[in-house]
Design a protein around this ligand. Structure first.
Ligand SMILES: Cc1cc2nc3c(=O)[nH]c(=O)nc-3n(C[C@H](O)[C@H](O)[C@H](O)COP(=O)(O)O)c2cc1C
Length: 164
């Protein structure tokens, strides 16, 4: 069964805006016919356990709040301490679709998204079309036709590419 893993990198965990968005994205992935799992990173998260979950996944969605114009500390640790191990041969995650959700209330989401996409692309993952979402909580209407409020599209898109 095609499996989509969501990793939440918000220190406020279940209370975060990112959590709600990621859950909706994963629900949309399931509607496309995949299974899904939500991994909420805690400050003492197990590198080994997350590494195993990545190896079992066919698609990945990472959600982070913007902290100081960049990713959260949890997301940075995920990249540095888990993905570093996937950045060399045999490139176990080569070909995995990646969705990215960044929540903010001002600016910096583009930098945060790039800070995830670039190192993970170095590990062989790719962001499919429409695979990134900026969600600015201070933006009334959430952008043109409310695109910032549609995390379902990320989930459906990552699922569609994972199912290919
Ligand atoms: C330490 C810290 C740094 C922050 N830096 C930024 C920032 O640079 N740009 C921004 O737009 N919001 C910044 N914020 C606000 C959060 O991104 C915003 O509250 C976010 O939408 C919260 O989302 P969450 O509920 O998913 O964590 C910061 C918040 C914290 C706690």
């Amino acid at each position: 069964m095609t499996h989509i893993l969501g990793i939440l990198c918000a220190p406020t965990a279940e209370k975060s805006v990112a959590h709600g968005l990621l859950r909706k994205a994963l629900q949309a992935a399931e509607k496309k016919g995949t299974t899904s799992e939500l991994e909420i990173l805690r400050p003492d998260f197990s590198l080994k356990a997350v590494r195993k979950k990545l190896l079992d996944a066919d698609g990945l969605i990472i959600a982070t709040p913007v902290h100081w114009f960049n990713v959260s500390v949890l997301a940075k640790r995920l990249i540095d301490e888990v993905f570093w191990d996937f950045s060399d041969e045999p490139y176990d995650l080569d070909g995995m679709p990646l969705g990215i959700i960044a929540t903010c209330n001002e600016d910096g989401a583009n930098q945060a998204i790039a800070s995830i996409a670039l190192p993970l692309n170095h590990c062989g993952l790719y962001v499919p079309p429409f695979g990134t979402l900026i969600h600015n909580i201070a933006m009334p209407g959430h952008g043109e036709r409310g695109w910032q409020n549609r995390p379902e599209e990320i989930g459906a898109q990552v699922a569609a590419y994972a199912l290919e």
